[in-house]
Design a protein around this ligand. Structure first.
Ligand SMILES: C[S@@+](CC[C@H](N)C(=O)[O-])C[C@H]1O[C@@H](n2cnc3c(N)ncnc32)[C@H](O)[C@@H]1O
Length: 300
């Protein structure tokens, strides 16, 4: 893993990343504005001894500075007033920017961190189609939808690679692809050793199939956000590069705000599509988040 990091982060970047991976991530919450305003929730929790700091990217997202008891067991949590979610994950729905009139697919939805956020941005209107292949993860998704008061969604337990079976074209698609989770080491140190090169290759194959299926389900003018909680180029830029290099009708679009650093256009001795510099990477040592990747693709 470290040898691969040298190739796109250099020596200093790799050392900084490894050091940052040793610092546990502070918890953060996303206020569910379908149910309560950020101001009201903050006041309610601060009376109970919690302390928060705003996340600069998300007006309803807060870093937790002091947790007077477990944030997953407060009345406000059980009432669905907030979701425990890291800042990098919150950016996915923000970047995709779904509207209340849109039809949106979340291709890999469970347990619903990003799905519930999509619904929030859609003001609980429009249509939100939530897919996950793993039947065992559907109950967690449904519980979160119910807790947060999401009313505009339908849940489908199916393989999103077979999306064309639904025979629909939609405005927006979130593809939060299954991945090795190489960006999650700050949250889960066991991932330092648990993933092998073969795991990356296996995921990269599935990711290509999912991306291809997602792009085929977009309306002209529609957008798909490809994202992963991995910093491995093989699961990110190389996947997008392989799928888009032979397709004329799609382009990588510049994400309107600069959250991360530019995506890679050269790596492991390969030259990739130049427009991949419009995609963005988040790193623990630069952005104090988990490692994450976003690429926004439009059907022209
Ligand atoms: C990174 S997790 C998704 C996390 C979710 N988006 C969230 O924010 O809570 C990846 C998910 O993809 C699902 N998955 C893997 N392969 C899939 C496929 N072929 N079709 C649909 N879902 C799939 C897994 O079951 C898993 O729940």
């Amino acid at each position: 893993m470290v040898e691969r990091y040298f190739q796109f982060l250099g020596l200093d970047g790799t050392v900084d990343l490894l050091k940052a991976n040793e610092i546990p991530l502070a918890p953060s919450i996303r206020v569910n504005t379908l149910k309560i305003s950020p101001l009201d929730l903050r006041q309610r929790l601060e009376i109970k001894g919690f302390k928060f700091e705003p996340i600069k990217w998300i007006p309803y997202g807060f870093k937790v500075l002091k947790e007077s008891y477990n944030l997953g067991s407060s009345h406000e949590f059980l009432q669905g007033y907030y979701y425990l979610q890291n800042a990098a994950s919150m950016l996915s729905a923000v970047i995709l920017d779904p509207k209340p009139t849109d039809t949106v697919i979340d291709m890999c939805a469970a347990p619903g961190s990003k799905s519930t956020h999509l619904s929030q941005l859609m003001a609980n209107e429009g249509t939100l189609i939530l897919i996950d292949r793993n039947k065992n993860r559907i109950p967690a998704l449904e519980i979160n939808l119910r807790r947060l008061g999401v009313m505009n969604s339908i849940v489908l337990n199916m393989d999103a690679i077979k999306l064309s079976k639904l025979n629909i074209k939609v405005d927006k698609i979130l593809l939060d692809a299954p991945c090795t989770g190489e960006g999650l080491i700050r949250q889960d140190p066991l991932r330092k050793r648990s993933k092998k090169k073969a795991d990356i290759e296996k995921m990269a194959l599935i990711q290509r199939k999912l991306l291809n299926a997602g792009l085929n389900a977009l309306k002209p003018g529609g957008t798909l956000l490809y994202c992963t909680c991995s910093i491995a180029p093989e699961e990110n830029e190389l996947v997008v590069n392989d799928i888009l290099k032979n397709l004329k009708k799609f382009k990588i679009i510049d994400i309107s705000k600069k959250y991360g650093v530019k995506g890679l256009t050269k790596v492991f001795g390969m030259k990739l599509l130049e427009d991949l510099h419009f995609s963005q990477r988040l790193y623990p040592h630069i952005h104090d988040t988990i490692g994450f990747y976003f690429c926004l693709i439009k059907k022209v």
